[in-house]
Design a protein around this ligand. Structure first.
Ligand SMILES: CC(=O)N[C@H]1[C@@H](OP(=O)(O)OP(=O)(O)OC[C@H]2O[C@@H](n3ccc(=O)[nH]c3=O)[C@H](O)[C@@H]2O)O[C@H](CO)[C@H](O)[C@@H]1O
Ligand SMILES: [Mn+2]
Length: 342
């Protein structure tokens, strides 16, 4: 479970030619409060001045006050938007965000047999994920040599980092919180504006862009979006730090995709990692591991933006009418075959 003292592999930015650099996490002078407030490189703009500015003469469909999606809810009761196809204009929102030189850090983990998912994940991401915006993937793996060569689009970069192998898939999944916490704290302050953390056993089929950006972003789990809260698979044992009592809960969020500003995601990962460690000390493991802790976190620190299950579908789910486009989807996998343990 201890995943520190990593060997970093930095890659040639546009291909996966790897060059080994040994390094330990460096202590950063940056204050966490500074996250999200940095000046974008090469730009006079500061994010605190970030206005949703549009250019004169730029034409797009008139927004309506009366006509829109009526088959889904596009706002939470705390007034965070829930993003569905038809709730935003991609051309308009791209033009607004293009005025800021944003970088979206994106973490992905591929240990053991999960390296087999990398090719499809990366190739499909390069087709659909923040196309035209700066993206820096941080790929953590125990086998850098198994990372496929995938051509990166303009302003998309990939850094591969070696992490030790682990025997339990649960430890790999949960250990992501610790690695993310350290990555954000020690390295990203001057490198990125937003971060997303994505499962690797998934593939992009449609646009995932700036409409997904926000301070704290949760994705509604594709299995539970139409379930009553008492049937959510929250942790129900009060002994666990992830415990959510009956009668509470908003949505069931997936841990396969979440993100937001560096400061907000840093706080999330730090808190979840602390809670996971309290559980370890008390010899209890939450039913869905870090996903249970993430759900507890999002219940009491509400996301400022939610992504509909379009942003994480499952290839084995039947289609439903409300999901007009599948943007990102979990591939069907044989858990017993790909995981190091059952
Ligand atoms: C849809 C959904 O909500 N998925 C979550 C779910 O099952 P999943 O079945 O999606 O978990 P999973 O097996 O995909 O593991 C999560 C992630 O850990 C990494 N990994 C895991 C095992 C391994 O041998 N090598 C490796 O690299 C990989 O990035 C993978 O995508 O529950 C997990 C923890 O209980 C995580 O919260 C997942 O995000
Ligand atoms: Mn997964």
């Amino acid at each position: 479970m201890v995943l520190s003292g990593l060997i970093y592999i930095s890659t040639n930015q546009n291909s996966c030619k790897q060059q080994m650099i040994e390094q330990v996490f460096r202590k950063s002078e940056e204050k966490l409060e500074d996250f999200g407030l940095r000046s974008s490189p090469g730009s006079e703009e500061k994010l605190e001045d970030f206005g949703l500015r549009s250019s004169p003469g730029f034409l797009y469909n008139q927004p309506s006050t009366l006509v829109g999606r009526t088959d889904v809810v596009s706002m939470t009761p705390w007034l965070a938007p829930i993003i569905w196809e038809g709730t935003f204009d991609p051309t308009l929102i791209d033009s607004i965000y293009k005025q800021h030189n944003l970088t979206i850090a994106t973490t992905v983990f591929a240990l053991g047999k999960y390296t087999r998912f990398l090719k499809d994940f990366l190739e499909s991401a390069e087709e659909h994920y923040f196309v035209g915006f700066r993206v820096h993937y941080y790929l953590f793996t125990d086998q850098p040599e198994a990372v496929p060569e995938v051509k990166m689009g303009e302003n998309h970069h990939l850094t591969v980092r070696r992490v030790p192998s682990l025997d339990r898939w649960q430890d790999i999944s949960m250990g992501r919180m610790e690695i993310l916490e350290k990555l954000i704290k020690n390295e990203l302050a001057n490198e990125a504006d937003y971060i997303f953390c994505l499962d690797v056993d998934a593939k992009f089929y449609g646009r995932w862009g700036v409409e997904s950006l926000g301070r704290l972003v949760g994705v509604i789990h594709p299995w539970f979006f139409d379930y009553p809260r008492d049937q959510f698979s929250y942790e129900r044992r009060p002994e666990s730090q992830a415990f959510i009592p009956a009668g509470e809960g908003d949505y069931y969020y997936t841990a396969a995709a979440f993100g937001g500003s560096l400061a907000d995601v840093h706080h999330l990962t730090k808190t979840c990692w602390e809670q996971l460690n309290i559980d370890i000390a008390n010899s209890i493991e939450a039913i869905w591991h870090e996903e249970s802790h993430l759900n507890k976190y999002f219940l009491y620190t509400k996301p400022s933006k939610l992504l509909s299950p379009e942003y994480l579908w499952r290839d084995i789910n039947a289609a439903v009418g409300q999901v007009k486009i599948i943007r990102f989807s979990h591939v069907a996998k044989n858990n017993a075959e790909v995981r190091p343990n059952v």
